[in-house]
Ligand binder design. Structure first.
Ligand code: NAD
Length: 256
């Protein structure tokens, strides 16, 4: 039902972004994949989407830590009916030891990039008379964990930014929502396992069950397919009046 629509998904050469791109393409949308690299395998991901779903898929390199490149991504895409702001990084450290450059990078990539892409995409959505913006926040957009100051600040920030975007588009056929996943076993999370194993002297399975899924009552990871399908739902007519909300897909985390 998304045939004729173009979706731009930031940070989509792996993990959740790629999973969302797959589901949007399966629903018929043309897709623009993105990350900051420009490798053959990045373009191959887009070719695979075209082949698998018979849609137009392109990979466009743009560094989401740079405002001009965020805006250029939307300009180069040409159309942007669905914008998924998904690019994100993590760094874990106590506030007094938190490297300033990591703080700046997390705020830029996880929060400010969405301001730039949204500013560039809204005129295109208004021109087309329809739009959907899905900002990938986190359970950490609604709750906090120690040692994740920049991430939690950025994710709370993007939940707030989603509400403002919803209010500024409320009278138009454009919606904006924040998607708040709990733990998903993507490369971003996989990368945290070895350090946590060392820090607490735990096995891989113990880190997963006792540390990662400790706050996820379902004791199971969220999947990228579930997040992709939630995104597709937010693009449907059923969701036309869902705007300015934070949708939790977190196995009960924020119910605790
Ligand atoms: P991931 O590392 O697999 O994906 C992150 C994506 O962002 C990658 O495609 C990466 O290339 C891209 N990216 C990083 N820096 C970039 C930059 N400067 N410019 C452009 N792209 C850049 O991680 P993921 O788990 O799929 O995370 C995707 C989003 O989901 C992030 O915003 C993350 O905070 C959020 N999230 C993840 C989880 C989880 O448990 N994995 C939970 C809640 C929210």
């Amino acid at each position: 039902f998304l045939a004729g629509k173009t979706a731009v998904v930031t940070g989509s050469n792996s993990g959740i972004g790629l999973g969302i791109a797959h589901r949007l393409a399966a629903a018929g949308a043309d897709v623009v994949l993105n990350s900051f690299t420009d490798r053959d395998e990045d373009h191959a991901l887009a070719e695979r989407l075209s082949r698998e779903y018979g849609v137009t898929a392109r990979y466009i390199k743009a560094d989401m830590s740079k405002g001009q490149e965020c805006r250029a991504l939307i300009t180069q895409a040409g159309r942007c009916d669905i914008l998924v702001n998904n690019a994100g990084i993590q760094h874990v450290a106590a506030i007094q030891d938190f490297p300033v450059e990591k703080w700046d990078a997390i705020i830029a990539i996880n929060l400010t990039s969405a301001f730039h892409t949204t500013a560039a995409a809204l005129p295109l959505m208004r021109g087309a008379g329809w739009g959907r913006i899905i900002n990938v926040a986190s359970a950490h957009g609604l709750t906090a964990s120690a040692y994740k100051s920049a991430y939690v600040a950025a994710k709370h920030g993007i939940v707030g930014f989603s509400k403002v975007t919803a209010l500024e588009t409320a009278k138009e056929p454009i919606t904006c929502n924040a998607l708040c996943p709990g733990y998903v076993l993507t490369p971003l999370v996989e990368a945290q396992i070895p350090d946590t194993m060392k820090e607490y002297g735990l096995s891989r399975e113990e880190v997963i069950q006792k540390v990662m899924l400790e706050r996820q009552p379902s004791k199971d990871f969220v999947t990228v397919e579930q997040l992709g399908d939630t995104t597709v739902f937010l693009c449907s007519d059923a969701a036309a009046q869902i705007t300015g909300t934070a949708i939790s897909v977190d196995g009960g985390w924020t119910a605790l």
